[in-house]
Design a protein around this ligand. Structure first.
Ligand SMILES: Cc1cc2nc3c(=O)[nH]c(=O)nc-3n(C[C@H](O)[C@H](O)[C@H](O)COP(=O)(O)OP(=O)(O)OC[C@H]3O[C@@H](n4cnc5c(N)ncnc54)[C@H](O)[C@@H]3O)c2cc1C
Length: 404
């Protein structure tokens, strides 16, 4: 662990606690640490690097107290117990008005895959990531392969040489979230013949400081380097960095997607509930009572709350199912659709209640809501586009005939 953060707290999280006891002890801890937690009331307005640096002490505080170690195996730096305990603790953090560190979302998505398909890598990396000593990203999408990952072209050719047994990667990834602050990337590559579709894919764990890798941040409307392109020029990756067997990449990425569409949805619903409360506070008094739009605004708030309620109702059994090791199948697309609906309903409501401040003002609150509104537009794209999720629900869940 690094020693540059002046935080020393005892582990208080109990992996054997009941949900009620866990929530009570988290609330007590939040109260006891109110002073240290004050800087984390809102998202950081700066770039990705500054934002991650800002939230790092919070990640360490949560780690050292044990809250983010709950539910991860002891051999991976966790405390054991149920992952639902960790989810409940994060919901308490958000309910108390604090931000859940955004890199926590990446851990929730990638760590289960490492634990299931690459236990030796998990034993080395999961503990370091929850202690905030390293960050990860995902490299699946390519310029001509997003919704259809089966057509991806980044090649990994098996090789043996002085550096050992492994693969040489050549190609390009794009839209990789957090790549500018990550040290490792889980990458889907083609090890089969060109045209081998889903069958010829393999998942690898790649050190981003390997020779031959170029990371180019993508200009985003938000101004933060949220995503990046990754270029691979004959990059060597040792064979012991395989995540799952060679050729099993599709199974591995589908396993990960359950967490990207499910566990991540739980984190966001917790944050969005807090933001909705914040909106009631930020809205001018006449927007909610007495003003000409008050009735319409209250109705919009009600709809936003309903969208969040629906999301939470879906995400809660999903968490339990993932924790029990049950495969979720196409039903997980419902979580993703409810997530994008809730995210956009909450921020559209903010736009309505804060009009015209959200567009025009320079106050920190207006700027914050502007950023949130912008971010909400991409929720129908990342983690699988909404149109594709709707097709999956229609065809594979409801058994409707194919549209095309
Ligand atoms: C902010 C952000 C973060 C991201 N982070 C990551 C990341 O960390 N790692 C990563 O690998 N990728 C990431 N992505 C990429 C994301 O997963 C893809 O953008 C997404 O899967 C869509 O792929 P695409 O952009 O190639 O669009 P396309 O697949 O080309 O789709 C274009 C349009 O066609 C529609 N369409 C495509 N196929 C079908 C179909 N079969 N039926 C109906 N409609 C269809 C889509 O819905 C969409 O509207 C991120 C994207 C964004 C915006």
């Amino acid at each position: 662990m690094t020693d540059d953060i002046a935080v020393a707290v005892a582990t208080v999280a109990d992996p054997g606690a009941s949900m009620d006891a866990l929530r009570a002890s988290m609330r007590a801890w939040l109260q006891a640490n109110e002073g240290a937690l004050q800087p984390y009331r809102h998202e950081h307005p700066g770039g990705m690097t500054e934002s991650c640096a800002h939230f790092r002490p919070l990640q360490r505080l949560l780690h050292d107290a044990g809250w983010t170690r709950l539910g991860w195996p002891v051999e991976c730096g966790g405390l054991g117990g149920s992952a639902v305990l960790r989810a409940e603790a994060m919901e308490e953090l958000a309910a108390a008005g604090y931000v859940i560190p955004e890199l926590q979302g990446t851990i929730e998505i990638i760590a289960p895959m490492l634990i299931r398909y690459a236990p030796a890598l998990a034993a080395h990396h999961v503990g370091r990531s929850i202690a905030c000593d390293e960050n990860w990203c995902q490299g699946f999408s390519e310029p001509d392969a997003g919704s259809d990952l089966g057509s991806l072209r980044t090649r990994a050719v098996a090789c043996e040489g002085p550096e050992g047994d492994g693969f040489r990667i050549t190609g390009q990834k794009m839209w990789s979230s957090y790549a500018t602050v990550a040290q490792h990337c889980c990458m889907l590559v083609r090890t089969g013949e060109a045209g081998s579709g889903y069958r010829g894919l393999t998942m690898l764990w790649v050190d981003l400081d390997s020779p031959g890798i170029t990371i180019r941040p993508t200009d985003c409307e938000s101004g933060r380097e949220e995503v990046a392109e990754l270029f691979f020029d004959d990059v060597f990756v040792p064979r012991d960095r395989l995540i799952g067997p060679e050729g099993a990449g599709w199974e591995v990425v589908m396993f990960l997607m359950q967490y990207e569409r499910g566990a991540y949805a739980w984190k966001r619903q917790a944050e969005l509930h807090t933001q909705l409360h914040e909106l009631v506070h930020d809205a001018p008094a006449e927007a909610l009572a007495g003003g000409p739009s008050a009735a319409a605004n209250l109705s919009a708030l009600g709809n936003a709350y309903l969208a969040l309620f629906a999301l939470r109702s879906q995400a809660s059994p999903t968490l339990a199912a993932l924790d029990a090791g049950r495969a979720l199948g196409p039903g997980i697309s419902v979580d993703k659709l409810l997530l994008s609906a809730a995210e956009q309903t909450v921020t559209d409501t903010a736009r309505q209640l804060l009009w015209p401040a959200l567009e025009m003002d320079d106050t920190p609150a207006a700027a914050r809501w502007r950023r949130r509104w912008s971010f909400s537009r991409i929720t129908t794209i990342y983690g699988g586009a909404a149109e594709v999720q709707r097709d999956l629900v229609a065809e594979r869940l409801l058994g409707l005939p194919r549209g095309r």
